[in-house]
Design a protein around this ligand. Structure first.
Ligand code: SAH
Length: 257
């Protein structure tokens, strides 16, 4: 494999939910640095016998860069394995900036993000015709701030489908902000460890979810999905509507021609 750093999305947990490309890159890598707190170690099962494995949960940024630098100086390849998709809360930018300074090459291999994985667990579509055509991926402001215009209350005013990361430990405050715009009967689901064998799902409405999540004892690694897309009201997609023609399918006339 080429000597460079491969940023790989490991997917949400189920080891079969990594891309073929990511799987192959792990199989061929000389050095592997994986985010041990969230990545299922089973996605590393096909790594080479000689591969050296590091857990980034125990390393700071300079240490991670040092490992990458030393490996590439020896002509080795590095698999940097992130949970879900690396482009969402993956902290790859700070690593890429350091690699640019050192003129080390890299490639990003996408993955299945936990927000789409959570939707799959619930068998739901975020974009339901006439209910919501927009998905907001965000997190609630905790210790690290979010930009002023992205305060959860402002985002909630659009009443779109929402996927909220990194926030399940702040359910009470989060729900209080959401209910400034969404009604108390808006459906909400919390999916803990989506696609892992011990995944758990808590479903409810904004006005009863706090208690349910507290009772279940969910404190981390959970996706919060909220919006009417989780409800039962539904308008069929025009794409499959017999009266709606498009490039690939002409409408049927009443006599079936
Ligand atoms: N890059 C990742 C997100 C990393 S931030 C992705 O695309 O999914 C970590 C947060 O992601 C967690 O706090 C949680 O909100 C969410 N998360 C990651 N894996 C998850 C899983 N299997 N199930 C539910 N939420 C998950």
């Amino acid at each position: 494999m080429e000597s460079k750093v491969y940023f790989i999305g490991a997917g949400p947990g189920d080891p079969e939910l990594i891309t073929l490309k990511g799987h192959k890159a792990i199989g061929g890598a000389d050095v592997i640095i994986y985010a041990g707190s969230l990545v299922n170690p089973q996605v590393l099962a096909n790594c080479g016998k000689e591969a050296v494995i590091y857990n980034s949960a125990e390393m700071d940024l300079p240490e991670i860069i040092e490992v990458m630098k030393n490996a590439c100086a020896q002509g080795l390849s590095v698999a940097r394995v992130h949970t879900g998709d690396p482009s969402i809360y993956g902290s790859i930018r700070e690593q890429i900036e350091e690699l640019d300074k050192l003129q080390i090459g890299y490639e990003v291999i996408p993955g299945v993000s936990s927000f789409t994985a959570a939707a799959s667990v619930l068998c739901k579509e975020f974009t339901v015709p006439e209910i919501s055509q927009t998905v907001i991926c965000t997190r609630f402001e905790g210790r690290t701030p979010v930009p002023e215009l992205e305060q959860i209350e402002l985002l909630a005013s659009h009443k779109t489908s929402m996927a909220i990361f990194l926030s399940v430990h702040m359910m009470e405050k989060l729900v209080e902000k959401l209910t400034k715009h969404y009604s108390g009967s808006t459906p909400i689901a919390v999916v803990e460890k989506a696609t892992w064998t011990d995944q758990r799902v808590v479903r409810g409405m904004l006005n009863d979810i706090v208690l349910k999540v507290k009772e279940a004892g969910i404190r981390k690694t959970a996706m919060i999905l909220v919006g009417d897309f989780l409800g039962t009201e539904y308008n069929n997609s025009k794409l499959y509507d017999a009266g709606f023609t498009h490039e690939y399918r002409q409408g049927k006339t009443p006599c079936g021609e």
